[in-house]
Design a protein around this ligand. Sequence first.
Ligand SMILES: [Zn+2]
Length: 284
Amino acid sequence: MYARPLARLSDRTAAAAAEVLALAIPVECICCGAEDSALCGACARQVRLLTLRPFRAEAQAPALMDTDGSVLLPVVAAGAYRAELAQCLLSFKSHGQARLAGELARGLARALHAAAGPAEGLVLVPVPTSGAAFRKRGFSPVHLLLRRLVRGDEITGFTVADALRKTARPAPGPGTPELSPRVVMNGLRRAGGQKGLGRGARSRRVRGTMRARAGPWSPAVLGRTCIIVDDVLTTGATVAEAARALRAAGALVGGAVVLAATRPPATADGDASGPAVAGATGVK
Ligand SMILES: [Zn+2]
């Protein structure tokens, strides 16, 4: 007696799924509009070119540099946030197309290996998405890319640990390392004017918004060397907060890896494989 309603239900589900697929998989390239797949061959090659040489990107992020020019947290970017890479990342964050995920994941893997160098046993910690962002998209872009790399066995020598979570309200614990006011001021001077004020305000707003997961099933980061993974680096406030939360939980933070940094390196010497990122000796 249940057979008919169930059959009808599955019909409806199949129809709904087909509708969703039609919406989610455009037949046009998201970059150039060519009728192909979500990313045409030519644009896929561009994305590959844009992520061919990972580079050190922290110098452009005011929250990650001290006033004396020393690096607070080294960051390796897969590419600059522009052209096809930016387009690809934006579209992937909104719709999660598998074709884009493949290309972005390969770029991310290159950056991860460049950052790690010969170091092994590193723990990759994705920056947690806000509950609102997750509800809106139904997935977390960085988590999805990392899962894809692990599944495809494309990154070796890493463990992925979803060790951070967003907190309801900013409340940094006592004794946890924080960015000094002069660091923020440095950021303001660097950026200058209104934009700079926005960056300082962003640092303040982000601080205390993450915490390491606690409980018996949470991934252990105590004493482990972690690499923070995020999608786009702008002011660096988000990865700085992730580093603060991980250090508060007893982790060693080797640096961060991002898919794209908002500006290309100012100088040509932005070699990604500096020992400061994740190298055992470079961990501060
Ligand atoms: Zn195209």
